[in-house]
Design a protein around this ligand. Structure first.
Ligand code: GLN
Length: 475
């Protein structure tokens, strides 16, 4: 099997004829079968992947290949790929086939990437452990007793287990960064509006963003460069110019000014080893002459409630389209229209999705709208303003990505609040709409990875990637 280090090396090897795209795909398909018990892929796209590999091999021979030639990618099962199934890991979309491709998929294929399959995730991207999938949990390849994180758990695990070169996930409240942290890979959530959401099955539309999971910051930069940019199908996509993220990934001897949030490091939920690890990184940066200072962020405790009020509200509206009429599962037990809706949705959605639809419907209901939804919108504005105020004085905000390392299967599922608190460090970036990355920051004594999170100003992806690459080499 070909040993992958990064996309640049892979492409050299492809050009030199040391390996072919068809070999790469065949090897991955074998390896995916060998690792079937991890439950990472819901389906591999053998025929289309091999056909694309053949086409790209010919292009490489002719010297006409695109920027992602030979890169074998996995898609989270909430990203549409024309003619292929997509289910959001839900029973309600079990046999659904996409009629069109997501813009990100079209852009990847146009640059000769190869899509090998769709990965397991929490149902409709709601969860932090991948245990909310209708198709069973994913095992973390680092330690199979533990969860890979969620909701893009399958995508992070696919990268960590070398079952693809890179993967796409989606991040509404941490679903790229938290699994990246748990599986020891890089995960980037772009600025809201940087990447088109066209063809992403919606969870909470004012938060959702697609982003890469990779082995290195450099690979993330290259993929970001391809998938970013204006899309006429998504009116929230920005027309701001996309920088050449993959060139000059370098802070050019700049002395960085970094804020770490004191309340995050002092939080009682933070694992002691992670705390020590992050403090160690802070000292290292200071030794290199960078300014790293603690700042207050008293709103920390409001982040998770704000996130769950707003996202469940949006989810209750987005998921109303799954009623058994235009597409998806329809209950066979129905006797009239009302029972058709009720039974379809009760049988088709899992417990967590049902909980969120009810919560979201409640916070939007006439009597409670002002007290919950309206209030949460106001808090969102405060969080955004305070975050931006910090980023006026500092280049970056630094926090742990997660309060602890990957936990064991079955330990948090019974208590939704415990599970929601997993998101304490990640949701700030989604509420504020800013870019954020998790990079592997070390291992605890029992060899479990944890991530360092960096956040930057809106649309500062190029700088964020450069700073992350610098920190990556420092570590
Ligand atoms: N864990 C968070 C949730 O359950 C994040 C989900 C996401 O980012 N899609 O909502």
């Amino acid at each position: 099997m070909y040993t992958f280090s990064n996309i640049a090396h892979l492409q050299n090897d492809l050009r030199a004829g040391n390996v072919t795209c068809q070999n790469l795909v065949q090897d991955f398909l074998v390896r995916i079968k060998e690792k079937k018990h991890l439950n990472i892929y819901l389906e591999t796209f053998d025929n289309s992947a091999l056909a694309q590999a053949k086409k790209v091999d010919e292009k490489i021979k002719a010297g006409t290949q695109g920027a992602l030639a030979g890169v074998v990618l996995a898609l989270k099962d909430n990203i549409c790929y024309k003619g292929h199934r997509v289910s959001a890991s839900s029973k309600i979309l079990e046999h659904f086939t996409s009629l069109y491709s997501a813009t990100v998929v079209e852009r990847l294929l146009a640059q000769d990437a190869i899509i090998i399959g769709r990965t397991n995730c929490d149902e409709f991207a709601m969860g932090s452990s991948n245990e909310n999938s209708a198709y069973g949990p994913v095992l973390n390849p680092v330690n199979e007793k533990t969860v890979p994180g969620g909701s893009s758990g399958g995508s992070a695990a696919a990268v960590a287990a070398h079952l693809c070169h890179a993967a796409l996930g989606s991040d509404t409240g941490g679903s790229i960064r938290q699994p990246a942290s748990f599986c020891g890979v890089v995960g980037l959530k772009p600025t809201y509006g940087r990447v088109s959401r066209w063809g992403l099955l919606a969870y909470a539309s004012s938060f959702d963003q697609i982003g890469p999971l990779t082995h290195s910051v450099e690979d993330a930069a290259l993929i970001m460069e391809i998938i970013s940019g204006k899309d006429e199908h998504d009116s929230t996509s920005s027309s701001k110019k996309v920088d050449a993220y993959s060139s000059d990934i370098n802070i050019q001897n700049k002395k960085l000014k970094i804020a770490y949030i004191k309340d995050c490091l002092d939080n009682p939920s933070l694992d002691a080893e992670i705390k020590t690890g992050i403090e160690h990184i802070i000292h290292k940066l200071q030794q290199q002459g960078h300014v790293v200072e603690g700042v207050d962020f008293k709103e920390l405790d409001y982040l998770v409630p704000t996130y769950y009020v707003l996202t469940t509200a949006e989810a209750s509206s987005n998921l109303s389209r799954y009623g058994g009429v235009p597409y998806g599962y329809r209950s066979a037990q129905a006797s009239d229209l009302e029972s058709m809706y009720k039974k379809t949705r009760s049988e088709g959605f899992g417990k967590e999705v049902q909980r969120r639809i009810m919560l979201g419907t409640f916070v939007l209901s006439a009597g409670y709208y002002d007290a919950y939804y309206g209030k949460a919108q106001q808090v969102r504005r405060v969080v955004r303003d305070k975050t931006n105020a910090i980023l006026k004085n500092y280049d970056l905000i630094l926090t742990p990505a997660t309060p602890a390392t990957a936990f064991e299967h079955g330990t948090k599922g019974a208590d939704p609040i415990k599970m929601y608190l997993e998101d304490i460090y990640t949701v700030q970036a989604n509420i504020a709409g800013i870019p954020a990355i998790s990079i592997p920051a070390g291992l605890t004594k029992n060899k479990m990875p944890f991530g360092l999170q960096l956040m930057a100003q809106p649309f500062a992806e190029h700088f964020l990637l450069a700073a992350s690459k610098y920190v990556e080499t420092l570590l």
